[in-house]
Design a protein around this ligand. Structure first.
Ligand SMILES: *Cc1c(COP(=O)(O)O)cnc(C)c1O
Length: 396
């Protein structure tokens, strides 16, 4: 495996993705790395190990995935978890009683719920702030602040944070920088190269990419932090199964192709909706008028396939979701199939109304995870549903 990895360093990311798991499997030469469905591994002799002892600590299939994840994100170690939330719980277990975190204001609802309903019980507190505003961050920083947690772009409002600026500020104050990179994937953005210490993915989304596997990934930079994370990963035990590890690698092989198509489709549809009379606003960093456009272009090589938009009248929402056919009304994002969701009552229902209002997650906002279908079919589906919604509202 070591020889293979040395060869990998010089390859472009597309090649490294396509070749995940295609190590020289010494016995059969299998192109795809096998699923080692074994919880225990025989010891050759007393005091000797093959490197594998017990499945929770490590498993050959999971290890190949973890090494690929670490390489793709330019980190030192990777950890595959049973979900994105399991990855977050493992990361937050670095902290304890009396520790304080600075967190992005527009945040995945599940992360907010974990912090406020569970970690709070263990004496960990969080302050939510616009992570583009270093002055505001300085103001809420406390003696006991340990880390900054950011999402960029955020979901659903697609706010962009300058990762290098935050990581630089955090380093000055001896804080860890943790980046949720779910929406861009390492194909488009690598936060560790910009100074972050930890990257987390809901691999359920773009990395898996087919709406068929639940998984999370943690990537760490630095020996000490990687060792601490390995300890937490094994001790907490929210690890990924060998079968799901295989399934995730299967998805990741086509990440480059998928991300290019997601971006192409999303850009075309976002541009189309900007001109539409029933659309009040489109939130997508690829659009030149997006406030984060410049920073996004500087720190990433492409755009996510998700954007949000506000209809001009909240009454359009219900019939629109009823009339879309090709696009499914469903939660989640990042898969080949297009999904549309209503954040105010679904993904973000756990975020208090004051915060939702302050950032603009209101009853006119819809989030669209654009799949890899033909762009003309997606636009036709949307246009048809918007027109049907207009007729229903006007006729009412
Ligand atoms: C989905 C998601 C999570 C949670 O991941 P699960 O795999 O659903 O547990 C965390 N962060 C972001 C940005 C997400 O989209």
């Amino acid at each position: 495996m070591t020889e293979h990895n040395a060869k990998n360093e010089s390859l472009n990311i597309e090649s490294r993705l396509a070749q995940i798991g295609s190590v020289q499997e010494p016995v059969t030469g299998a192109i795809n790395f096998p699923i080692y469905q074994s919880t225990a591994f025989r010891h050759p002799a007393l005091g000797k190990s093959t490197g594998f002892d017990y499945i929770r600590t490590t498993n050959p299939t999971r290890a190949v995935l973890e090494q690929a994840a670490a390489e793709l994100e330019s980190g030192d170690a990777g950890f595959a978890c049973s979900s994105g939330m399991a990855a977050l719980q493992t990361i937050f277990s670095l902290f304890g009683q009396g520790d304080h975190l600075i967190v992005s204001l527009d945040l995945y609802g599940g992360t907010y719920r974990l912090l406020e309903r569970i970690l709070s019980k263990f004496g960990i507190t969080a302050s939510y702030v616009d992570t583009n505003d270093l002055e505001a961050m300085e103001q809420i920083r406390q003696e006991n602040t340990r880390a900054v947690f950011i999402e960029t772009p955020t979901n659903p409002l697609m706010m962009i944070t300058d990762i290098a600026a935050v990581a630089g500020w955090a380093k000055q104050h001896n804080l860890l920088t943790v980046v949720d990179n779910t929406l861009l994937s390492p194909f488009f953005q690598r936060p560790i190269e910009l100074g972050a210490d930890i990257v987390i993915h809901s691999a359920t989304k773009y990395l898996g990419g087919h709406n068929d596997v639940l998984a999370g990934l943690i990537i760490t930079k630095g020996k000490e932090l990687s060792e601490e994370m390995a300890f937490l990963h094994n001790s907490i035990g929210a690890v990924l199964s060998p079968t799901d590890s295989y399934q995730l690698m299967r998805g990741m092989k086509t990440l480059a192709l998928r991300m290019e198509r997601h971006e192409y489709n999303a850009t075309a549809i976002a541009t189309h909706l900007q001109q539409h009379p029933q659309i009040a606003q489109v939130y997508y960093p690829a659009l030149p008028d997006h406030p984060g456009h410049e920073v996004q272009n500087r720190q990433s090589s492409g755009n996510t396939g998700i954007f949000s938009f506000k209809v001009t009248d909240a009454r359009y929402v219900e019939p629109l979701l009823r009339h879309i056919k090709l696009i499914a009304f469903a939660e989640s994002l990042g898969g080949v199939e297009s999904l549309m969701t209503y954040p105010a009552i679904q993904t973000h229902a756990d975020i208090p109304l004051e915060i939702r209002d302050a950032i603009g997650v209101d009853d006119r906002l819809l989030r669209f995870s654009v799949g890899i279908e033909h762009v003309d079919d997606l636009i036709a589906d949307l246009d048809h549903a918007l027109e049907a919604a207009r007729l229903e509202v006007e006729g009412a």
